[in-house]
Design a protein around this ligand. Sequence first.
Ligand code: T4K
Length: 377
Amino acid sequence: MLKIKPFKKPILITRPILPDLDEVRNEIEKAWKSRWITNNGFRHQELEKKLKKVLKIPHISLFNNGTIALMTAVRSLKLSGEVITTPFTFAATPHVLSWNGLSPVFCDIDPITMNIDVDKIEALITHQTSAILAVHVFGTPCDVKKIEMIARRHKLKVVYDAAHAFGVEIDGKGIGENGDMTMYSFHATKLFHTGEGGALASKKDEIKKYIDVMKNFGIENENKVSTVGINGKMNELQASLGIVVLKYMKKEREARKKIEVVYRKNLRDMDGIELLPEFSGVKKSFQYFVIRINAKQFGRSRDFVYQELKQYNVFARKYFYPLCSQYGCYSNLPSAQNNKLPVANAVVREVLALPFYGGLKIEDVEKICDIIRSLKK
Ligand code: T4K
């Protein structure tokens, strides 16, 4: 017998911003009228201009999804051998390395930020290491200063996966200003989205130009294909959707901010529940709201809470379980062994991402907290 009445309809981890359909139609109509629906069209150019400003980055190149954007970043930087990365991320992060013929080397994570542990990177550097691929997990910025220092000292490239970090700023600077390149994801589950989509931030005009050639099959002009490129282009329908979704961003962020306040207020003092700390000088993404469940103190494991919530029609997610280092394709790597990744192995059993999107009602957020409280032993 459940202590609290279950929700009538499923409460999912997220729902995409869906703008007024007429507004989207109006935007798409512009592409229709020009009969130009992909290959650097006007909607695409306009979205690039707008996003460059919003994200406070020097240059941006739009892509058909974040994974292809990251693949292109890695390829453009001509990396070789080994790349040091985190095991606590979505599958796409290490996979882009493998697709580029590179070996991921997993580095343990920081117990507080859950990002790559900068104090453990240097011990993993060998003569084969060419780069660091770090992820701003759940939108929390990595220690970008220390990573830059290490990269300089060892002449390594740095690529950031900012799939969760749309709009994140450190002391007023866009997160995409760091490293050699930064990837953003505009998937439907992301705060800002184009259905599927992504982008690469770069620092120099000539690098943006190179990325733009790379994402268009390597075609430089009608007479010249200069490199092994790929089809990474964002089309005009995606760009039109993005232009409209962008108008709704402020409202969405404000709604999520209010929801986060309610979650924090209700869960803050619950023994065994840990919240992500707030970092000074950081403008947040409001992409995810995650908690960590300490099974000893809470009396119940994360997996128990995850399963029980389903009974109440609440579908939280165990991001990012299992660790990438535990996938069959990586588990034999020397760096993937569990004893080398003690923090990641602990964290991956604790983290639960709770439903988080602007359309979530405050009373529903309170009820989710009540359900979690009722599960405590
Ligand atoms: N790096 C990192 C760190 C990433 O997290 C990701 C993507 C990438 C790289 C790669 O970027 P992209 O190539 O995707 O641009 C989702 C997303 O598919 C994926 O983009 C995202 N990370 C990952 C964290 O989450 P799933 O398998 O959890 O998605 P799914 O289909 O279970 O959707 C989650 C929930 O979202 C559903 O329960 C309901 C809601 N939803 C979803 C969709 C697609 C909707 O309400 N409407 C929708 O249209 O992977």
